[in-house]
Design a protein around this ligand. Structure first.
Ligand code: NAD
Length: 487
């Protein structure tokens, strides 16, 4: 079996314990991963804390930090086939998607490389004639970055890129599910020439995560994962009053009006829910469709869902691969069973194939008679689409906003005025009009409510890893008067 190592303080090490990683396509172990103990996590945070003040990091100019990030981006691009293959092997995400996404990962590092020396402070027109006051933007300190299994290279790039551009140091915890690509990525960080301790990468489960988020030397916890874990993280970081940014789940509405380009909307919906086998935080998992086009829309969707090529994730022809873990499949099966009991009707899918691996087919549930079924209210994180019909725009808005999440949303209409009304009315961090699932390093990404807070991508993310220092400089040569002269 393959073996992977942690990267702590510029050195590769085996970790105090190890665990086997399963290949989701076969359900069989294929590699041994190191498991971080509390003392491994503590050493990594202390190394990051030392590196934060050390001259070979703190003494670099912002432009020099940017050059290191450019080098890292080039190394990611060169290693793309290897990284994509590892992500596919360890998480089951299909090779078509991991290969395409890795190009984006390099783009994100390049964006933040270029941004490093554009994170500016400010000069203030202060209301005192003999004073100059300016604001320095300084890095917050050690960042604890925690990611879930899906898209680990991407979800760490949106944290590492801005945090390093801002001058922070990082301890990155890969998910215990599918950590191989990130542990391999550590070799590129090493080659890029970052000083020891600037970036530390380890893996392990909730225990490692708890030690990391409760560590007194951590200044900012950047987390992507589920809302329940986020609650633990906020509590654990409360003692140190560490800053948090939380990118959580969603139950995003995909809204189709009667005047939409139906063929385009169907294609966008298929990609919006079945890409990444539905294991995407922005998955358009609730289809809200105008009643007049509902039956035709569902018929087209069903035909496409049934035609999807399910298969080995490392085959370029495969369109839907396995889920990441058996636990994930069992949870999806449980929610579907409860939803059917509540009155939802199966349009297609719903039954795991009788084969090895953690496969689950594209599934559509008509929830007309069960608008409160768990498949409509809970994030499944799988290839399961739940459908509701609406008659009026107000009804569509009410349904769109009827969950405690607020991450993404999509609206398909040719009516510009209506599109603007929907943009204003939908409570979500992203509104896509006549498109879905588009992302870019330039555009901030994030949500509110149970979808979290803080933004990744864009300038906003880099600023989030900084703090302001106000500097007061007295410019007058006049002596400072004795304050007690009047006494
Ligand atoms: P999860 O919350 O179970 O785990 C995420 C990470 O947190 C893992 O690395 C895990 O080891 C760690 N962790 C678990 N318990 C912890 C604790 N007590 N303290 C600290 N760390 C702990 O999430 P998951 O099941 O791996 O991923 C799926 C979730 O992630 C979904 O809800 C999905 O929507 C969300 N997600 C959100 C985004 C986004 O950008 N908003 C992107 C991808 C995934």
């Amino acid at each position: 079996m393959d073996r992977f190592q942690h990267y702590i303080d510029g050195a590769f090490e085996d970790g105090s314990a190890g665990f086997e990683s399963l290949d989701p396509a076969t359900g069989q172990p294929w590699a041994v991963m190191p498991e971080a103990s509390a003392s491994d996590v503590d050493r990594a945070v202390r190394a990051a804390d030392r590196a934060f003040c050390a001259p070979d990091w703190a003494g670099l100019t912002a432009t020099q930090r940017g050059k290191l990030l450019y080098r890292l981006a080039d190394l990611v691009q060169e290693a793309a086939p290897r990284l994509a293959a590892l992500e596919t092997r360890d998480t089951g995400k299909i090779i078509r998607e991991t290969s395409a996404q890795i190009a984006y990962v390099a783009d994100y590092y390049r964006y933040y490389a270029g941004l490093a020396d554009k994170i500016e402070g400010a000069h203030l027109p202060i209301d005192k004639p003999d004073m100059e006051v300016w604001l320095r933007r300084e890095p917050v300190g050690v960042v604890a970055a925690i990611v879930p299994w899906n898209s680990q290279l991407f979800l760490s790039a949106v944290k590492l890129g801005p945090a390093l551009a801002a001058g922070c140091t990082v301890v990155l915890k890969a998910s215990e599910d599918g950590p191989a690509p990130l542990l391999e990525f550590a070799r590129l960080v090493d080659q890029a020439g970052f000083a020891p301790g600037v970036v530390n990468i380890l893996t392990g489960g909730p225990e490692a995560g708890k030690t990391l988020t409760a560590h007194p030397l951590v200044a900012h916890v950047a987390f992507t994962g589920g809302p329940e874990t986020a609650r633990h993280i906020v509590r654990a970081s409360a003692d140190n009053l560490a800053k948090t940014s939380l990118e959580l789940g969603g139950k995003s509405p995909f809204i189709v009006f009667e005047d939409a380009d139906i063929d385009s909307a169907v294609n966008a919906q298929v990609a919006g829910i079945f890409a990444a086998t539905g294991q995407s935080c922005v998955a358009g998992s609730r289809l809200l469709v105008h009643r007049s086009v509902r039956d035709a829309f569902i018929a087209q969707l069903k035909a496409k869902a049934k035609a999807v090529r399910i298969g080995a994730p490392d085959d370029m022809e495969t369109e839907v691969g396995p889920l990441c873990s058996l636990r994930q499949r069992q949870r999806i099966e449980g929610v579907i069973a409860q939803s059917l009991d509540a009155g939802a009707k199966l349009v297609t899918g719903g039954q795991a194939p009788n084969s090895e691996g953690f496969f689950f087919p594209p599934t559509i549930l008509d929830c007309s008679d069960a608008p409160a079924a768990p498949c409509i209210t809970e994030e499944l994180f799988g290839p399961v689409l739940s459908v509701l019909a609406f008659d009026t725009e107000d009804e569509a808005i009410a349904l769109a906003n009827a969950t405690p999440y607020g991450l993404a949303s999509g609206v398909f209409t040719r009516d510009l005025a209506r599109a603007h009304r929907m943009i204003r009315a939908i409570r979500a961090g992203i509104v896509w009009i006549n498109t879905y699932r588009a992302v870019s390093p330039i555009a901030p990404f994030g949500g509110h409510g149970l979808s979290g807070h803080g933004r990744e991508g864009g300038l906003a993310a880099a600023l989030d890893y900084t703090t302001l220092k106000a500097v007061w400089l007295r410019t007058s040569d006049d002596p400072i008067p004795d304050p007690f002269v009047m006494r």
